[in-house]
Design a protein around this ligand. Sequence first.
Ligand code: DAH
Length: 349
Amino acid sequence: MATERTDHERRLAALRERASAELATSATTEALEEWRARYLGRERGELTAILKDLGKLPGDQRKQVGQTANRLKADLEQALEARRAALLTRERAEALERERLDITLPGRAWPRGHIHPLSRTVRDIVRVMRPMGFQLYDGPEVETDYYNFQALNIPADHPARDMQDTFWIAPGQILLRTQTSPMQIHVMERMRPPVRAVVLGKVYRNEALDASHEAIFHQMEGLLIDEHCTMSDLRGVVERFAREMFGEDRKVRFRPSYFPFTEPSAEFDIDCLICKGAGCRVCKYSGWLEMGGSGMVDPRVLRGVGYDPTIYRGFAFGLGIERIAMLRYGGDDIRLFASNDLRFLRQLG
Ligand code: DAH
């Protein structure tokens, strides 16, 4: 009897030792679960089996062995919980270590973009024209021969057509606008005088490309129609524009010229920004930079849109936006604006 009891006690003691040792080397959640099933599991737990068999023992042993086995069960469960908690603490510590964030490290700066020099020029032009009462208008890049040429007093056989090599969509009828001037007609058709309009947009010319010629470029168009309007108003607006864009000390000069839709017509220049008129490579040693064309709107154009030229007069002017951007930001090749070459864009930005 005593021997049998000691046998059970010895078996339980050995189990305690083995289970404790295995628990100490179980280092993952899965290993712990496996350990629990092995000793305490309801189906195949070793200790569970012993507890189940208690009933087969004679009464006096049952109590004694039962007590020892139950104590062991409680101890093992407690040890498992302790081990689980320790493991969790370690895993958390490891995770924190893995994700360690050194907040004393200097930040990584993200490269900052900037507005394209052409867009910036467009914005600035609007900012200059708006306070003078000019409204911004937008119109089609695909035009009819009528708006791009005829309504601007450029009939089919007019030599002025040779000045602008046209991309035709339907030859003689539909084209990519070669200038923003057709917007003068659209605006006047839509509005009654007084009119103060500014137009900024793409134009297209079938040209041999070089550092100062692009097939696609941008123009600005200004138009003012009112009852009392003279060439000195044109001068005033163009001078204000040039000084806002290029500096208060700019001088503006008008030269007689010819455009079919203005009479009289004039081209205007500003004194060279680089050499202040002394003569340099940029102004080709003339001291002046060509800016654009202008003039008093031809009465035939006014009549064409239904304005009475005996009542209304007006002026128009137009210029290339790339050229303005090149003068303001530097850069000597118009093709670079559409090249997406970041070295160029950063240099101007
Ligand atoms: N449209 C002309 C061109 O592309 C420029 C121009 C000249 C516009 C005279 C005007 C103007 O408004 O009055 O060459």
